[in-house]
Design a protein around this ligand. Structure first.
Ligand code: PNW
Length: 489
C-alpha cells in the first residue's frame, strides 16, 4: 500500500508529505473502495505544519498550596471561603495540588504529545500584597515549571492574570481603582523580566468580559459585587487599561523577541444562515458586541455606539488611556465555548441577537450552549475586521458528567463529539487561510470550576479529588490522536 503514491503525489493531494508514511495505509484502503464506487474519498482535515496543539489551566483552579512559600491571599480565597458563594462550599485550598505535583502532571502532558501548555501566574505568589516587595519564592515556582516544560519539549504560554487578584488590592478598591491597572503593569513587567528568557508568549488578562461582568456586575464570581452600570463600565475600563499598560511594561522589561497578547472570550458572533445579509449582520455584531473589550483593545477607542448606548454611565477616560489600551499586540488569544447567533435586522444597528430557545443543547454547564461555528466565524471576523495576523484559540472545551467506571475509564463521548465538531469548524477556517496558529484545550485536568466547584469537570484527565489520582479520559486519547495526526481523520 505504501508505495501506491509517491510522497510528492501525496503532498499534492493532501497538502503535506510529512504524514504520508503513517496515514497512507488507511487512506489507500478507503481510496480503493472509493474507486470501486463504494464510498466517497475521505475528507482530509489536516492542519498546517507547525500548528500548535496545547492545553490550558489557571493558577487558582489547579495549584492548591494557598499558604505555601509566602503566597498572599487572593479574592478567590476570600470568596470561596464565604458561605453560600460556591457549589458545595468548595474552595481552591487543595484543588489539584499541582503546586506539588507539577512534575507528574508534565509527564502526563508529554504522554499525550502536548506541544504547548498555557498556565497562569498567581499574582499574590509574586507580590503577596499586590505591590511592594516581590516574594522570590513565588517566581521560583513558575521558573521551575517553565524549566520542566522545556525539558520535556513543551512550549510554555504564560497568562499573567486569570482572576486571582490579591485581596490587598481589592481592599483598596480592586478593579474599581485605576491603581490596580498600574499595579498590574508593575507585576506583569516583573514576571516578564524573570521568565522571558524562556517564555516567548505572554497573555495579559484572561477573559475580561467574564471577570468584570460576572464578578462586579452579577456578583456570582469574586469579589461578588453587584455594582450599578456606571461603576461596572469604569471597572471594565480599568481592565482594558491594565491590559494596555501591561503590554507596555512587558515590552519594556522582557528580553527581545517575545510576543504579547491577551486571552479574551470575545462574543463569538455567527450568522444564523450563511447568506450575505446575515454574514454582514454578524460581522457588525462582532465589532459592537465586543466594544467594551476586544474592540477597544484593537482600535484604541470605544465605538460611538458603545458610548451612546451607555450615555451618562459611559466610562471616564483620557486620550492617554485610550492610547495605552490600543498598544499594538502581537497576537489575539480567543477563549471560545459557545456562539452568539445573529440575524440581519432592519433597525439602526443592522443586526439582532437571537436568544436561545429552551430546547437548545448545552453541556453540563447550562451557559455552555453548543455552537461550533463560533470557531470558524470569530477568528475569521477578527482577522478580517482588524487585520490580526496571529490568533490562538487559548481555550475551548466542555463540561460533562464524567463517570469513572469500575474498570477505571471515563467514556466521555459527549466531550469527544463536542471537540470534534469544534475542531472541524476551526479546520474550515484554517484551510481558508484564517491565521489561527494553535489551539489549547480547556482543560488539561478537572479542576476548581469557580463558583461551580469541583462537580463541573472540564478536564481531559479525570481527577479523583480525594486521592489526587489522574486518569486520562477517552477524550485525552482522542486528543492525543488529533495531535499525532495533526488533524482530524
Ligand atoms: C472560562 N460563562 O470561564 C475561564 O477562562 C476558565 O477559567 C473556566 O474554567 C472555563 O472558561 C470554563 O468555564 C468562563 O458563564 C466561565 O459564560 C463562565 C463563563 C464563560 C467562561
Amino acid at each position: 500500500m505504501l508505495n501506491r503514491f509517491s510522497r510528492r503525489e501525496f503532498a499534492k493531494l493532501f497538502g503535506s508529505a510529512a504524514l504520508a508514511p503513517t496515514i497512507l495505509p488507511a487512506l489507500s484502503t478507503e481510496r480503493a473502495l472509493a474507486q470501486n464506487g463504494t464510498i466517497a474519498p475521505p475528507a482530509q482535515q489536516l492542519f498546517p505544519n507547525g500548528f500548535l496543539w496545547g492545553s490550558a489551566t489557571a493558577s487558582y483552579q489547579v495549584e492548591g498550596a494557598v499558604k505555601a512559600d509566602g503566597r498572599g491571599v487572593s479574592i478567590w480565597d476570600t470568596f470561596s471561603h464565604t458561605p453560600g458563594k460556591t457549589n458545595n462550599g468548595d474552595t481552591g485550598d487543595v484543588a489539584d495540588d499541582h503546586y506539588h505535583r507539577y512534575k507528574e502532571d508534565i509527564q502526563l502532558m508529554k504522554a499525550m504529545g502536548l506541544q504547548t501548555y498555557r498556565f497562569s501566574v498567581a499574582w499574590s505568589r509574586i507580590f503577596p500584597n499586590g505591590t511592594g516587595m516581590p516574594n522570590p519564592k513565588g517566581i521560583d515556582f513558575y521558573s521551575r515549571v517553565v524549566d520542566e516544560l522545556l525539558a520535556n519539549k513543551i512550549q510554555p504560554y504564560c497568562t499573567l492574570f486569570h482572576w486571582d487578584l490579591p485581596q490587598a488590592l481589592e481592599d483598596k478598591g480592586g478593579w474599581q481603582s485605576r491603581e490596580t491597572s498600574e499595579a498590574f503593569a508593575n507585576y506583569a513587567g516583573y514576571v516578564a523580566q524573570h521568565l522571558s528568557d524562556r517564555v516567548t508568549h505572554f497573555m495579559t488578562l484572561n477573559e475580561m468580559r467574564s471577570f468584570v461582568d460576572i464578578g462586579y456586575r452579577d456578583g456570582r464570581h469574586a469579589p461578588g459585587l453587584k455594582l450599578p452600570p456606571a461603576k461596572v463600565n469604569q471597572v471594565r475600563h480599568h481592565a482594558v487599561l491594565a491590559h494596555g499598560l501591561g503590554v507596555q511594561a512587558i515590552r519594556a522589561h522582557a528580553k527581545s523577541g517575545i510576543k504579547v497578547g491577551l486571552a479574551e472570550n470575545a462574543e463569538a458572533c455567527s450568522p444564523i444562515i450563511e447568506t450575505p445579509e446575515h454574514i454582514e449582520a454578524a460581522r457588525k455584531a462582532m465589532r459592537e458586541e465586543n466594544a467594551g473589550y476586544l474592540t477597544a483593545v484593537l482600535e484604541g477607542k470605544y465605538t460611538e455606539q458603545y458610548l451612546a448606548h451607555h450615555g451618562a454611565n459611559a466610562p471616564k477616560f483620557t486620550d492617554a488611556d485610550m492610547k495605552a489600551i490600543g498598544s499594538p499586540i502581537d497576537f489575539v488569544g480567543l477563549n471560545n465555548y459557545t456562539t452568539t447567533w445573529v440575524r440581519a435586522d432592519a433597525d439602526a444597528k443592522g443586526y439582532a441577537i437571537i436568544s436561545a430557545p429552551e430546547s437548545y443543547p448545552h453541556m453540563m454547564s447550562s451557559w455552555l450552549r453548543v455552537g461550533p461555528q463560533g470557531l470558524y466565524w470569530a477568528p475569521k471576523f477578527i482577522a478580517e475586521i482588524w487585520g490580526v495576523k496571529e490568533i490562538y484559540i487559548t481555550e475551548n472545551g466542555a463540561s460533562s458528567t464524567d463517570v469513572l467506571t469500575t474498570d477505571g475509564h471515563v467514556y466521555d463521548s459527549d466531550r469527544i463529539m463536542y471537540l470534534r465538531s469544534y475542531l472541524t469548524q476551526l479546520h474550515r477556517g484554517v484551510s481558508e487561510g484564517v491565521p489561527v496558529k494553535g489551539y489549547f484545550c480547556w482543560s488539561f485536568m478537572d479542576n476548581f470550576e469557580w463558583a461551580d466547584g469541583y462537580a463541573y469537570r472540564f478536564g481531559l484527565h479525570y481527577v479523583d479529588f480525594k486521592t489526587q489520582k489522574r486518569t486520562p479520559k477517552m477524550s485525552a486519547h482522542f486528543y492525543k490522536e488529533v495531535i499525532a495526526r495533526n488533524g482530524l481523520a
